[in-house]
Ligand binder design. Structure first.
Ligand code: HEC
Length: 138
C-alpha cells in the first residue's frame, strides 16, 4: 500500500464509523422521545379516571367543603353509603334533578338553596370511579 492509499483507507473507515455512530444516536433519541410521550399519555389517562382528580377538576369541594364534609353551599359527602347504592349514585351525578321526588333530596335542595350541578359529560368509567370513591368515604 502506498501512503496515499493508507490515508484514503483511514479516511473511509473514519467516515463509515461516523455514519454508524450518528445513526445509532438518532435511534436512541427517537426511542427516548416516544417513551416519554407514552408516559405522559398514560399519566393523562390514569389522571382522568382517578376520583380525586375528578373531584378536583369539577370543584366538588367548593360546595361540599374542603374535606367533602359539608359547607354552607352543600351537604357533607361522608357516609353516603347509608343512603345510596352505586347505580343510583351514578344516575344522581348525571342528573340530580331527577331525584327531587325523594323527600330527602328535596329537603337538601331547600336547605342549601341551590342545585347540585349535573355532571353529564363524565364517561361511564369516570362515573363508576367517582361513585365507588364517594361510597367509601366514611
Ligand atoms: C354548585 C355547588 C355544588 C357543586 C360544585 C357540587 N355539588 Fe353536590 N350537591 C350540591 C347541593 C346543593 C346538594 C344538595 C342536593 C341538591 O341541591 O340537589 C348536593 C348533593 C350532592 C350529593 C347527594 C348528597 C346526599 O346526602 O345524598 C352528592 C353525592 C353530591 N352532591 C356529589 C357531588 C360531587 C361528586 C361533586 C363534584 C363532581 C359535586 N357534588 C359538586 C351542590 C354542589
Amino acid at each position: 500500500m502506498t501512503n496515499a492509499q493508507k490515508w484514503v483507507t483511514i479516511f473511509l473507515v473514519l467516515f463509515i464509523l461516523l455514519l454508524v455512530l450518528s445513526k445509532l444516536t438518532k435511534r436512541e433519541e427517537s426511542s427516548t422521545e416516544s417513551t416519554s410521550t407514552e408516559e405522559t399519555m398514560q399519566n393523562g389517562e390514569t389522571q382522568q379516571i382517578s376520583a380525586e382528580n375528578l373531584i378536583a377538576k369539577n370543584k366538588c369541594a367548593s360546595c361540599h367543603g374542603r374535606d367533602l364534609n359539608g359547607s354552607g353551599m352543600g351537604p357533607s359527602l361522608i357516609n353516603l353509603s347509608t343512603n345510596w347504592e352505586k347505580d343510583d349514585l351514578v344516575s344522581y351525578l348525571q342528573n340530580p334533578s331527577s331525584f327531587l321526588s325523594s323527600a330527602r333530596m328535596a329537603m337538601l335542595k331547600d336547605k342549601y338553596g341551590q342545585d347540585m350541578p349535573a355532571f353529564k359529560n363524565m364517561s361511564a368509567e369516570e362515573l363508576d370511579a367517582l361513585a365507588s370513591f364517594l361510597l367509601d368515604i366514611k
